[in-house]
Design a protein. Structure first.
Length: 329
């Protein structure tokens, strides 16, 4: 290799994520082996939620069969702001090795060759990642994997006031009934606000500068969230430890609420009611939102800097609904 070419290659790889590299392999399908390596000269901080293990639930792989991109079918978590402080430090030269069952995360509906690659925004993986340029990629592998589709069995819910409950205590049920009621009201107010003030301050705060196309998407999303609260049979599942709450986006109106969920007030800007809105926004049949960022500060910044991502970020719907409600009081 010529010295010039080597220099160019060095520059291109190091500019991807400044010395953080990801490599993947698969010896026992569908178990993916993942290595995060710090080959930079300074320590790198990796968020705990991004560490490859059994608790890994993120849509950060590209999984193709032929030209078809396979759908993410894993859990979608709502972490607390505090989770941004949970990270591990990788010293220069250190690496993390972990295993992930890829069939839990992506729909593997046929026996076929799957083309897999890690592909994530650095800010989702690395603390202070937003200061790094864009995207972290890995090598690409092609593996034959047998069809593996996870089937979920659930028991019949206990029903009270038209809401379904699974494994919830008396206290939790009472709390959820109120949270659901306030979630319904907040989502109605949020939708009404959008209709009345298309270019309102709160719209701009949470979804960025007014653009007709973006506005339409937000209005449609809030309308569907509102209708879900009003009309659909919602089931709450209690008992999980981590994170605050989560859903599978294709298991509509089924919301898992964890221990920390009940530590929030029932109503308010960031509350059980608005976390329920966050979760309701995730379903494919509602606003089909993602989790680009969590928390008030980061969501507000997203609206300002990347409105396109803000209009599809669950927490932006959470805070928009919360602040619309607050502005009424
Ligand atoms: Zn979420």
């Amino acid at each position: 290799m010529s010295r010039l070419l080597a220099a160019v290659l060095f520059l291109t790889t190091s500019s991807v994520a400044q010395g953080f590299s990801v490599s993947i392999s698969m010896d026992e399908p569908p178990i993916l082996e993942v290595i995060y390596l710090n080959d930079a000269l300074k320590p790198i901080e990796v968020y705990e939620w991004a560490i490859p293990n059994d608790n890994f639930w993120m849509d950060i792989f590209n999984v193709y069969s032929g030209d078809i991109k396979n759908k993410y079918v894993g859990r979608v978590y709502r972490w607390s702001d505090a989770a941004y402080n949970d990270f591990i430090i990788l010293k220069p030269g250190e690496f993390i090795y972990g295993r992930i069952d890829i069939s839990k995360l992506y729909y593997l509906g046929s026996n076929s060759d799957y083309i897999i690659r890690f592909n994530a925004e650095s800010s989702k993986i690395l603390r202070r990642g937003e200061t790094l340029p864009g995207v972290i990629g890995s090598n690409q592998i092609t593996k034959y994997i047998k069809r593996k589709v996870h089937v979920f069995v659930k028991s019949a819910p206990e029903v009270e006031d038209g809401i379904g409950f699974h494994d919830c205590s008396r206290k939790e049920k009472d709390s959820l009934k109120l949270a659901h009621k306030f979630g319904t009201e907040y989502s109605q107010e949020a939708h009404a606000y959008l209709v009345a003030y298309p270019e309102g301050e709160l719209y701009i705060n949470w979804f960025g500068e007014y653009k007709k196309k973006n506005y339409k998407i937000v209005k449609k999303g809030t309308d569907k969230i509102k209708k879900a609260f009003e009309e659909e049979f919602t089931e709450y599942f209690c008992g999980c430890k981590d994170p605050i709450a989560w859903v599978y986006t294709d298991r509509h109106y089924e919301i898992h609420v964890c221990e920390e969920f009940f530590e929030y007030d029932i109503e308010g800007v960031l509350s059980q009611a608005t976390i329920a809105i966050h979760e309701m926004s995730h379903f494919e049949v509602t606003a089909d939102t993602d989790d680009h960022v969590y928390g008030e500060k980061k969501s507000k910044k997203l609206a300002k800097k990347k409105p396109k991502e803000a209009i599809e970020n669950a927490d932006n719907y959470l805070f928009f609904s919360g602040y619309v409600q607050e502005s009424k009081e």
